[in-house]
Ligand binder design. Structure first.
Ligand code: GSH
Length: 202
């Protein structure tokens, strides 16, 4: 199988952490691609019509995307139970959606700063994205700490990758302020070998 990959993509990192944690790295060949909405990665054309990473090419089925689908695929393949059955499943899916929502807002902020011409940038819109992230971090800190401290699952991996991306691209915003429990959880989680091995270059 071939995973279309980028070292700095937090969505790809979710998949990579899962592969580490479930011992499936050796089953996947990585193809590094670089693309933005304005200059799509050519190797992805014909694979993922959205031209985004991660995408997973398989010999026996259509290419899978996006990160949630790929993570669910590898979880099922390893029978890892990172998307557990029963009531906890809905918590895990909601937590992953919250983490991906942080990433979606943070990536929009990154693209706005990097891709949009300076005279077309809209500060109010960027700040509105950051408000979403602030609310999500506060919700994690207030409502989700018991879950985050439980058995390893995909919700935790997604949250850790989202916080890692905030450190990478929006460090100056200081997401830790007022979120002491979340910051302490992240400090410990980010020392897992799977997180250390997938740390993006700064
Ligand atoms: N919802 C997607 C988001 C993937 C995504 O936005 N990936 C970025 C890299 S971090 C990308 O490929 N961007 C290129 C583009 O938007 O054209 C997922 O979970 O996989």
């Amino acid at each position: 199988m071939k995973l279309y990959h980028s070292q700095t993509s937090p969505y790809v990192r979710k998949v990579m952490v899962l592969l580490h944690e479930t011992n499936q790295l050796q089953d996947v060949e990585l193809e590094t691609v670089a693309g933005t909405p304005l200059s799509p990665a050519a190797p992805l054309e014909g694979k993922n019509p959205l031209t985004k990473v991660p995408a997973l090419e398989r010999p026996d089925g259509p290419t899978l995307f996006d990160s949630r689908v790929i993570c669910a695929f590898f979880d099922a393949r390893a029978e890892a139970g990172f998307y557990p059955e029963g009531a906890r499943r809905w918590d895990v899916l909601t937590l992953e959606a919250l983490a991906d929502g942080i990433l979606d807002a943070a990536l929009l902020m990154t693209y706005e700063a990097r891709l949009r011409p300076a005279d077309k940038q809209w500060d109010e819109w960027v700040e509105a994205q950051w408000v979403k992230i602030e609310r999500a971090c506060a919700a994690l800190n207030q409502r989700w700490m018991a879950h985050l401290s439980g058995a390893l699952d995909m919700g935790q991996i997604a949250v850790a990758c989202a916080l890692g991306y905030l450190d990478l691209r929006h460090d100056a915003r200081g997401w830790r302020a007022g979120n002491d429990a979340l910051a302490a959880w992240y400090a410990a989680f980010s020392e897992r070998p799977s997180m250390v091995a997938t740390r993006p270059p700064s």
